[in-house]
Design a protein around this ligand. Sequence first.
Ligand code: DGL
Length: 285
Amino acid sequence: MNHDNRSFDDPQGISTSRRTASSPVGIFDSGVGGLTVVKAMQSLLPSERIIYFGDTARVPYGSKSQVTIRKYAQDDTAILMRYMPKLIIVACNTVSALALDVVLRTGRGVAVIGVLEAGAGLAVERSANGRIGVIGTQATICSNAYALAINAIEPDMEVFSTACPLFVPLAEEGFIDHPASRIVAEEYLTPLLQQGIDTLVLGCTHYPILKKMLAEIAGPEVHIIDSAEAVASKARETLAAAGLLGSSSERSSPHLLVSDLPQKFKSLYKLFLGTDVPDVELVEV
Ligand code: DGL
C-alpha cells in the first residue's frame, strides 16, 4: 500500500486554483481522538482555519473490517470536501493504515497527510536501541502498517505491536486517569515493556488523551511518540512548500462537525482542549 502524501501539483488531481492560503484545513477522525491533532495544529499553526469532522455515530473504526473502514473514509472525506479544504489531515491511524488511497481519491487533488507516517518517522528518529513498541486499534495492528513504515525507513529496527481495543471507549468516556484505565493499560503495556523497548508509539489518535498515565506506566526511559505533534509539523512543511500557509492574525475556533451526540462531543472537547467550546454541528453520514 502506498502511504505517500499527495502533493498539491499532482497532475492527476483537479485544479487547486480555487484554494488559497485562507482556505481551511480539513481534519477527520472516528470521534474525539483527532482533537489531539486539532490541539497540536492550533499551537503550531494558529492562523489556520480548521474544519473538524468526528464520525461519532460510527466510532469505533478500529474493530471494523477493512471494507467498512474504506467506506467510512470515503464518506468522511466527502464531508470535508464541501468546505474546499487546502489540505486534509487524516487524524485517524486506522484510516491512514487501511484507506489512505481512498482519501486521496475522494480528495481529488487536495494534499493529504496521514498521521501514521508522521508517527513512524518520529519513532525512528527517537529510538536509540532500535526496539520500538506500537499500540493501536485492532485494524491498525493487524495491517502491520507501522512496522512496514518504520522498516521502510530503518530496516534493522525491531517493532513489537499490541492492539489496545479498550482504550478508545475509555478515552471517549473521558476516563483520563481513572483506575479502570490504569488496570487496562498495565495489562496491555507490560508485555511490550518486557521486550526492552525504548520508544512507544501511540498509534491511535485517541491514546494521547491517556498519555500522562501511559508515560507513567512506561517509565522515564521510554520515549512516548504522539503523532499529533509530528503531523502538525508535516502540515506546516506541506503548506509552506505550496505557498498556502495561512497568515491571518485572527484566531478562529475550529468549525466542528459530528455525526451524532454533539452535546457529548462538546463536553469532551472542553475536557481535552481546556478551551471554550465552539458550536458543534450535526451532519448526516
Ligand atoms: N482514533 C482512531 C485511530 O487513530 C480510531 C479509533 C477507533 O475509532 O477505533 O485509529
